[in-house]
Write a protein that binds this ligand. Structure first.
Ligand code: HEC
Length: 189
């Protein structure tokens, strides 16, 4: 396994999320529409936070992910995630440097660009496979996430993912971004 987030880093992600929720709860009523019931909210509430908030129970291994990938993903993304009809999912930049502005030829991939591994779960569940988004059960999504991370040299054969381990993975590009903490006021330029 690669480097892992420590408790303080996980707590900082959760605290940023809670701050965002508190400001939504403070909005005044709008005077139209009807409250959505819990079932309706659950159908839409599928986002996964950087700290893993929203991840379901379940688990999946690199090996099971490879089998699923061969059946459902390979035709569009290539056998090793190198890209086929559609974009590449795998590939790191030399030394994990972040030189996209200077070297336009570097591919932007999960391994070279994505700051959080949890986004991969969110994306695959929400949007893939392209013809049937939202149909993959949690065990399949964990497995496919594990295999795509393996293709990027981030997980090894035999590794498994679940809602405890996935948020702890430190992606190569994690420290290449700054958190956008603007509040929508005059500080936005
Ligand atoms: C029919 C073709 C097709 C299939 C099959 C498919 N994908 Fe995709 N995938 C796409 C396209 C097109 C995009 C880009 C969508 C966009 O940018 O709006 C994409 C984007 C992605 C991305 C985001 C890449 C990035 O860096 O932005 C991931 C991750 C991904 N697919 C994973 C999968 C997985 C896992 C499967 C199998 C379960 C799968 N895809 C099956 C066409 C496909």
């Amino acid at each position: 396994m690669p480097g892992l987030l420590n408790e303080a880093e996980l707590a900082a992600l959760a605290e940023a999320r809670d701050r965002g929720l508190r400001s939504i709860e403070g909005l005044p009523p709008f005077g139209f529409g009807a409250p959505a019931d819990a079932d309706r909210i659950a159908q839409w509430d599928i986002d996964i936070g950087p700290d893993g908030e929203g991840l379901p129970a379940g688990r999946g291994s690199v090996e099971r992910g490879e089998a699923l990938y061969r059946n459902q993903c390979v035709q569009c993304h290539g056998s090793r995630g190198e890209g086929a009809d559609y974009e590449a999912l795998a590939g790191r930049t030399p030394g994990d440097r972040f030189e996209f502005a200077d070297h336009r030829s570097h591919p932007i991939t999960v391994g070279s660009y994505w700051p959080y591994a949890t986004t991969l779960y969110d994306y695959i569940h929400r949007a893939m496979p392209q013809a049937a988004p939202g149909t993959l059960p949690p065990d399949d999504v964990y497995a496919l996430t594990a295999f795509v991370l393996h293709l990027n040299g981030i997980l090894e054969p035999g590794d498994q993912l679940d809602r405890e381990s996935l948020p702890r993975i430190v992606m190569p590009a994690r420290d290449r971004f700054v958190r956008d903490d603007r509040r929508g006021g005059p500080e936005v330029r």
